[in-house]
Design a protein around this ligand. Structure first.
Ligand SMILES: [Zn+2]
Length: 240
């Protein structure tokens, strides 16, 4: 048992499985469901689901030094540099402890390298890296059939759930809309960014951490994917 594991994590919910792997990276293309799965894992295992976008916005709105530095890039419409993105994540880890589920982070090989050295400085490392794989034609179909609730963030498939654009959200009653980046043109661009920047991250982990990297077919149902993911999170390496 790692000595930093807080007692509260063991006693918080006796019915929950004590997660063995607590530093988790979920990677996958758009529409692979990584955000939903990260949320479910976070609820089930009491591991914080960390969105780097949200961390960045919070630093900016609080006007911290890191936020001001990030603002210098984002106000010009630029992405923050990899090193700064990782410094923001590291600041969060120092405050909240090195337990996290990252979804869609690291986004570039540069971020992956900085994250590794930052974790090494905190005398820890990643426990689990999962790639949710989905063929391009399924990504396209899912995105083009997707309608979203901008109020509560729920997403539905017009073919799978039968909810149509303009209908009330089954969760909160707000109107369901098609997001303006859920179009074919925007999708091509997102897929290109994914292939150019994020797929090499998978290659990086294949080289540096082959034992931590697992692949799951994201074409399966959400519950089947969640079952496989939770088994990986609860898996004890030393019992292998
Ligand atoms: Zn809603």
């Amino acid at each position: 048992m790692p000595d930093w594991l807080p007692i509260s994590a063991l006693t918080a919910n006796p019915d929950s499985v004590n997660p063995v792997n607590q530093r988790i990276v979920l990677l996958g293309p758009p529409a692979s469901g990584k955000g939903t799965q990260a949320e479910r894992l976070a609820d089930c295992f009491f591991i914080p689901h960390v969105s780097t976008g949200a961390l960045l916005r919070s630093e900016c709105s609080r006007g911290t030094l890191l936020g001001q530095e990030a603002d210098g890039w984002t106000s010009k419409g630029l992405l923050v540099p990899d090193e700064l993105a990782v410094r923001i994540v590291t600041a969060w880890m120092k405050e909240n402890g090195p337990r996290f589920i990252f979804d869609g982070f690291p986004r570039t090989v540069g971020q992956a390298e900085y994250l590794d050295s930052s974790l090494a400085e905190l005398r820890t490392g990643l426990d689990l890296i999962v790639l949710l794989e989905l063929p391009d034609e399924m990504i396209c179909r899912r995105i083009l059939e997707r309608i979203s609730c901008l109020k509560c963030g729920a997403t539905f498939s017009t073919s799978l759930h039968g909810n149509q654009e303009g209908a009330p959200c089954p969760r909160c009653g707000a109107l369901l809309v098609r997001r303006n980046d859920d179009t074919e043109e925007a999708l091509d661009q997102r897929l290109e960014v994914y292939r150019d920047l994020t797929l090499p991250v998978v290659g990086y982990y294949e080289k540096t951490s082959p034992n931590l990297l697992h692949r799951i077919d994201a074409g399966e149902g959400s519950n089947a994917i969640f079952a496989k993911l939770s088994a990986l999170v609860a898996y004890k390496k030393d019992e292998a």
